[in-house]
Ligand binder design. Sequence first.
Ligand SMILES: C[S@@+](CC[C@H](N)C(=O)[O-])C[C@H]1O[C@@H](n2cnc3c(N)ncnc32)[C@H](O)[C@@H]1O
Length: 225
Amino acid sequence: MNKLEVPRKFDRAARGYDLLVGLNPGYHQALRRSARALGLRPGMRVLDLGCGTGASTAALLATVPCLEVVAVDASEGMLARARQKRWPPTVRFVHSRAEDVDEGRFDAVFAAYLVRNLPDPDATLRHVRGLLKPGAPLVLHEYSVRDSWLRTALWTLLCGVIVPVGWLVTGDRSLYTYLWRSVMDFDGAGALRDRLRRNGFVGVRSAPVPGLQLGVVHTFLGRER
Ligand SMILES: C[S@@+](CC[C@H](N)C(=O)[O-])C[C@H]1O[C@@H](n2cnc3c(N)ncnc32)[C@H](O)[C@@H]1O
């Protein structure tokens, strides 16, 4: 699948998205864990890039309830689901590609399950760096299996369940076969840390999310220099 088509695929999958992620018992807990790595404080202005139906937005607010959040996604279908939920007045949903976001400067950026889907991750990471205030953090929450044959095998095994269940719930198999392949093709944790450094982030580190994410999902932290 051409990566420019990914948001359109999510338009079609939006109806079943919350049900599917709800079937993964560690999903929301893992997002909250990565959101905590941002070190947020009340009143901060935060960008949730690729917010989807708002699961990552909710994770940010669970960490610190009083935040100004600009939640951006390129899929109108996913945003429509997000907007149906109850949010504080300081949360705003914006339809835009990550590459085009022009919403001023932020105290922190969170991007959960986004970067793997970008047509040009390097250019977008540089764009995101420009959206951060000096020294402010970026956290990526992302699948990364290529550094470990065990995690690669585990991911393929998990997709033996995820692909048919996703197909059953949404009636579309292509997004879920794409999910399997995109993770297999994407950076290992070391390569993604290097990618962040290469695009100007400092203090880069990462850790696998423990527990039910089985080490296939990682938290990556970097800072605007
Ligand atoms: C797997 S969902 C993750 C949603 C949410 N962050 C979460 O944790 O549940 C990935 C989201 O990224 C969005 N997306 C993909 N490419 C994008 C792009 N270039 N710009 C903005 N959003 C994009 C999709 O529309 C989709 O809603």
